[in-house]
Design a protein around this ligand. Structure first.
Ligand code: FAD
Length: 439
């Protein structure tokens, strides 16, 4: 297996320098490190510095890639923490099982999915990844191995799910799967003309569809503010018999695009064309799970289109009460700034409680957007958006963050002092040092 010599986060900002230590076997002790701190690193699909440990050590977990047990009757899988969701899917689908939760890329490790307690398009019905974890082993730097589950070592279970890799190394984990009859999704896309329409379609869809999410044209303004295309779907019924797994990425972005490639014009044109692509208000289709869940996985290393300066992903959740107004203010701010995004994704989170002390989701509406890094102008815009989000009682997602202030983190993650007591003394990250410096 090839390991990166200088791993990066997905947004490629900030840059960091590391000593890397590839891990090979779950029973090995942690490598000896003199005077530096360590952080586990999966596939680096976190956008910002939560997967970085600048000037220190990264433990590369991809070598922990063994599936240990797969109970095909009851849909329970146990694997080492460096196994990817891509690998799990290839194994379980032919046995009529599917992931209980999946983020928008399958190229994440099981350890990474737990450490960020990731969510997917079915949050309203199934909660986060951690809700489906039955047990895992946590290796601490003093050599202790803790078996953690909802009933055993519960405090370590709660601290490690969504625990940003700071409580120790997850060596292996076990989680429940979801039954399916085939590899297809019955999908409907519904065009909506503004934000009020989004909330109507979303409320109606969450009742009847397991998966819901909307793409948003974040360059639209005025009466069209918040327009987009709502995608909803259910696993297809038993009359369809195909179990074809997904294919490798079709294209590969060969080099960094120049920074000027992402500008107001290209972003506006892309958004307008994407919105116009669907003529009818409602379209129904039978689609393979791969383009439905993972449209971005079709192009390997797509993050290079943003050039060497990288980009920010900005994702927040605003609690249910009064969120329409705050989301409208965020969208108006973005449209006015001219710093749009290709990928505005809007979704309502449901009430299923996440098991992690620091898990991000809470009932309300979540919006995720990409911003090319234009330096000061981008930082100012994101600071302005922070103020709107925080005023509305919302918070930002650490897995996507590279710049939130200590106050923004500490005020919105009240469990953090309790969590801090569970951090392994030899573990740290760039994110953690940034958000816990004194205000
Ligand atoms: C295209 C794209 C779409 C995405 N869509 C979503 C989405 O819909 N929902 C969502 O929630 N997230 C989403 N994400 C974010 C991604 O799912 C998370 O950042 C995920 O945690 C990345 O996993 P990774 O294996 O790459 O871990 P890394 O990014 O390498 O690390 C993530 C964290 O996990 C810790 N970690 C990794 N392995 C271990 C281990 N064995 N033990 C302890 N800690 C460990 C690391 O220290 C770090 O804190 C998306 C990312 C991309 C690039």
């Amino acid at each position: 297996m090839k390991f990166p010599s200088q791993p990066e986060c997905w947004g490629r900002y900030p840059r960091a320098t590391h000593t890397v230590r590839p891990l090979a076997w779950r029973t090995d002790p942690l490598p000896e490190i003199n005077g530096q701190t360590v952080l586990p690193f999966g596939l680096g699909r976190s956008y910002g510095d939560s997967c970085l440990n600048d000037g220190n050590v990264l433990l590369l977990t991809r070598g922990l890639n063994h599936v240990l047990e797969f109970d095909t009757q009851n849909g329970l899988i146990r694997c080492e923490a460096g196994v990817t969701l891509d690998e799990v899917l290839r194994l379980i689908l032919p046995q009529k099982w599917f992931l209980p939760i999946t983020p928008g890329t399958k190229f994440v490790t099981v350890g990474g999915a737990i450490a960020n307690d990731v969510h997917g398009k079915n949050h309203h019905s199934a909660g986060t990844f951690g809700c489906h974890v039955t047990q895992f082993e946590l290796l601490r730097s003093d050599g202790t191995r803790l078996l953690c589950s909802p009933t055993g070592n519960r405090d370590w279970f709660a601290a490690t799910i969504g625990g940003l890799g700071l409580t120790g190394l997850i060596t292996w984990a076990e989680f429940r799967l979801r039954r399916v009859d085939n590899s297809m999704i019955e999908m409907e896309s519904v065009k909506f003309g503004n934000l009020d329409e989004f909330f109507e379609v979303s409320a109606e869809s969450d009742r009847d569809f397991e998966y819901t999410v909307a793409w948003l044209d974040c360059t639209a303004s005025g009466d069209a503010l918040g327009r987009g295309i709502f995608m909803r779907g259910n696993h297809a019924g038993p009359e369809i018999k195909t179990f074809e797994p997904h294919r490798p990425p079709r294209v590969h972005v060969p080099c960094d695009l120049p920074n000027f490639a992402m500008n107001h014009f290209t972003l506006r044109t892309f958004n307008a064309l994407y919105y116009a692509r669907q003529r009818k208000r409602r379209v129904r289709r039978l689609v393979h799970y791969d383009p439905f869940f993972y449209p971005l996985d079709a192009a390997a290393e797509w993050n290079r289109i943003y050039g060497r300066r990288g980009f920010f992903q900005y994702q927040f959740v605003i609690p249910s009460e009064g969120n329409h107004h705050a989301v409208r203010r965020v969208l108006a701010g973005i449209a006015a700034s001219g710093q749009g995004s290709f990928l505005g994704v809007l979704k309502t989170f449901g009430a299923v409680k996440s098991p992690g002390l620091l898990s991000f989701p809470q009932p309300g509406v979540t919006l995720a957007l990409d911003f090319p890094n234009f330096g000061g102008a981008t930082f100012s815009l994101l600071d302005e958006l922070d103020r709107i989000v925080l005023d509305a009682g919302g918070r930002l997602y650490p897995a996507k963050d590279a710049r939130m202030s200590p106050a923004a983190f500490q005020s919105r993650y009240p469990g953090w002092p309790e969590f801090a007591r569970k951090i392994d003394p030899k573990f740290s990250s760039s994110f953690w040092r940034r958000v816990t410096v004194a205000n």
